[in-house]
Design a binder for this molecule. Structure first.
Ligand code: CA
Length: 221
C-alpha cells in the first residue's frame, strides 16, 4: 500500500486528462481567452472544474454559492451541471473580469441560472443570511482573497443545509504552506485556515490533492 498520493509527472497528468477530461467547447474557449490574461493563474484547472461539476451532480444540488468568480470558468462548470431550476449566486467585486464571464455564460445558455452579485462577498453573504437563507444552500465554492477564507467559510457554513458541501481552492498554495520562509499574509491565512478546518467538529473533512489542493467540508447534520 502506498502511503501517499502519487506525484504526477507532466506526462502522467497529460495521460490523466486524456482519459478523463470532457471539456465543452465553450469552456475551452473561455480557458483560452483567460490564458492571455495577466492573472490567468487565478483560473481553476479544467479537471478541477469537471470535479466540481461532478460533485454538484452527485449531490443533486440546486442552490449553490460561488465566492470568487474571476472570468467565470468554475461558475460555468457548476451552472452546466445544475438542473434547469438550479441557481448559482456568484460573488465577485470585478466588473472587468465578470464582463468576460457573462459573455461565456450567455454563449453556453446558462446565464439565467447565474445570479451575479457585484459586491464584497461578505456583504452578499450577510444579505443572504438576513434574507433568511440559513440552511438552504447545497453547495459552495470558495476561491477568492485568502485573507478572508475563514470569514467566507463561517458564513457559507451557516448558509449551507446539513449535508451541504463547501469546496475551497488553493489550500496547498503551491506548497508554500510548508515553506518556513513564506510568512506573507496569504500563506499564513491558508495555514491557519487549514488548521481551523482540521479541528472543526461541525464538518466531515477531506483535502483532495487536485490542482492546488481542494478541501471538501461536508456540514454535519
Ligand atoms: Ca484558485
Amino acid at each position: 500500500m502506498s502511503e501517499k498520493s502519487l506525484g504526477l509527472s507532466k506526462a502522467l497528468h497529460d495521460y490523466l486528462l486524456s482519459v478523463s477530461l470532457r471539456e465543452s467547447a465553450v469552456l475551452a474557449r473561455l480557458r483560452q481567452e483567460t490564458a492571455n490574461h495577466p492573472l490567468a493563474m487565478m483560473q481553476i484547472t479544467p479537471d478541477q472544474g469537471q470535479f466540481l461539476a461532478f460533485l454538484v451532480q452527485l449531490m443533486g444540488a440546486t442552490q449553490t454559492l460561488e465566492i470568487g468568480v474571476f472570468t467565470g470558468y468554475s461558475t460555468l462548470c457548476v451552472a452546466q451541471a445544475l438542473p434547469a431550476t438550479g441557481k448559482v449566486i456568484a460573488c465577485d467585486v470585478s466588473e472587468e473580469f465578470t464582463t468576460i464571464a457573462r459573455r461565456y455564460w450567455q454563449a453556453a445558455g446558462v446565464a439565467d441560472k447565474i445570479d451575479l452579485r457585484l459586491a464584497p462577498a461578505l456583504e452578499t453573504l450577510d444579505s443572504l443570511l438576513a434574507a433568511g437563507r440559513t440552511d438552504t444552500f447545497d453547495f459552495a465554492f470558495i476561491d477568492a482573497d485568502k485573507g478572508n477564507y475563514a470569514n467566507y467559510y463561517e458564513k457559507a457554513l451557516q448558509l449551507l443545509r446539513p449535508g451541504g458541501l463547501i469546496a475551497v481552492d488553493n489550500v496547498l498554495w503551491s506548497g508554500r504552506v510548508l515553506d518556513r520562509t513564506s510568512q506573507d499574509a496569504d500563506t499564513q491565512a491558508i495555514r491557519s485556515f487549514n488548521e481551523k478546518l482540521h479541528n472543526d467538529q461541525r464538518i466531515v473533512l477531506s483535502l483532495v490533492p487536485i490542482s492546488d489542493g481542494l478541501t471538501l467540508a461536508l456540514k454535519k447534520a
